[in-house]
Design a binder for this molecule. Structure first.
Ligand SMILES: *Cc1c(COP(=O)(O)O)cnc(C)c1O
Length: 401
């Protein structure tokens, strides 16, 4: 979690600017705020990094994806293709805007594949919620081909892919709208925060209004502006935006260091028989927040995890067993355990979530172990980690079962 590793004087300065005026609210109150607009500055900084025409900060990445879906016109009863490997927020967002998730296959990019999307399309498919996983990106050229061929809406959850891109275009900007998270575990953190990006002015206006009860933010007096639509409160506070601003400024530097560490790890580990890597659709666009290694099969991956634990190798995720990120552990979804009835329970789903057949996804995630790359590592630590990983894998693969 690189952003949080570099918390320091820059973050304190931005927060103190806000504390000095006491204006914690992002809109209006022009006289009291003495020219301090942290949410706006955070949005400008995010636009610089992503190249987005429009960016709107919200309270977290889950609210950001919900807002992106709604502003893209995805709502009650719409079928939305989603990946079975993602942080659960992407699927919850689809459910809570009233839509129906349909799970499709991922591939070695760790994201939905064009083929997986195409096979999941039905006559009711309205949109695809594409998630760019583990700091990388989906393979966009073939995916855009399918999106265009079938005239689908594309919404991107780039929650963990801020600063990643594909052939020069930032993740989040291929579809109608895209979202990023700035929670504590991301490349830049606000504590809790998110941002929605788009290149479409009309979509931006919907994002801006939807995330603040429909207020259109025209005029200088809070509460007196028009409200063209109903919305909800997904606002970010100025305190969170202040932290996000300082952190976002550090992203180019963090990314540079991450890339160097990832290159060094990859160079050493590619010498070890049995280790391969998740496919990076555009190596130049990788934010390099994760090193994603693939073992020959699920069994050897599980034994490698045991070997890591024995050897004291830390800082990895085995998503196959992870409660938050992989469908195998989502019993609450499979059984539709909800606090109160959701539209999906009325419309019904064309898929039985308890009996999904996703063999490719099971194979890829079964083999995957991800290491979070830390920008504060020394070169020595990187080398030691690579050697330890390599030794553990050798131990596992040299033992016949
Ligand atoms: C972190 C994350 C989210 C949720 O973001 P929060 O800010 O924690 O609400 C959504 N999608 C993905 C892919 C994420 O990694």
């Amino acid at each position: 979690m690189p952003g949080s590793e570099l918390f320091g004087a820059e973050e304190r300065k931005e927060v103190n600017d806000v504390l000095e005026t006491g204006m914690l609210f992002r809109y209006n109150h022009d006289a009291q705020r003495k020219g301090i607009w942290k949410a706006r500055e955070f949005e400008e900084e995010a636009k610089k990094i992503t190249g987005a025409k429009y960016a709107h900060a919200v309270c977290n990445g889950s609210a950001a994806i919900a807002t992106a879906l709604a502003a893209s016109g995805v709502g009650a009863g719409d079928e939305v293709i989603v990946p079975p490997f993602t942080f659960i927020a992407s699927v919850e967002a689809v459910l809570f805007v009233g839509a129906i998730p349909v799970f499709a296959e991922i591939d070695e990019t760790l994201c939905l594949s064009a083929d997986g999307i195409e096979k999941a399309i039905t006559k009711n498919t309205k949109a695809v919620c594409l998630v760019h996983m583990c700091g990388g990106m989906a393979d966009m050229d073939p995916i855009m081909q399918v999106i265009n061929d079938y005239n689908l809406i594309l919404v991107e959850d780039a929650g963990q892919a801020f600063s990643s891109s594909y052939k020069g275009t930032s993740t989040g900007l291929f579809g109608t709208a895209g979202s990023y998270s700035f929670d504590f575990f991301k490349i830049a953190t606000a504590g809790e925060g998110g941002i929605v990006v788009t290149n479409d002015e009309e979509v931006y206006k919907l994002i801006d209004t939807y995330s603040d009860h429909g207020h259109n933010h025209v005029g200088a007096k809070r509460g007196m502006e028009q409200h063209p639509i109903l919305g909800f409160n997904y606002r970010i506070s100025e305190l969170h935006a202040a932290v996000a601003l300082a952190q976002t400024r550090k992203v180019p530097q963090i990314r540079e260091i991450n890339r160097r560490h990832k290159k060094a790890l990859t160079e050493i580990l590619s010498q070890t028989e049995g280790i391969s890597f998740a496919r990076i659709a555009d190596a130049d666009g990788d934010s390099s927040t994760f090193l994603n290694i693939l073992l020959p099969d699920t069994e050897s991956a599980k034994r490698t995890v045991d070997e890591f634990n024995k050897a004291g190798v830390a800082g990895f995720d085995y998503w196959f067993m992870n409660m938050y990120h992989f469908i195998n552990q989502w019993d609450h979804l499979k059984n539709l355990q909800t606090a109160a009835k959701l539209p999906v329970e009325i419309f019904g789903s064309s898929q039985d979530y308890k009996n999904l057949y996703l063999p490719k996804t099971q194979e890829v995630i079964g083999r995957l172990i991800s290491f979070g790359i830390r920008c504060t590592w020394t070169d020595e630590e990187v080398k030691n980690l690579a050697n330890n990983i390599s030794q553990c894998v050798k131990n596992v693969l040299s033992v016949a079962v």
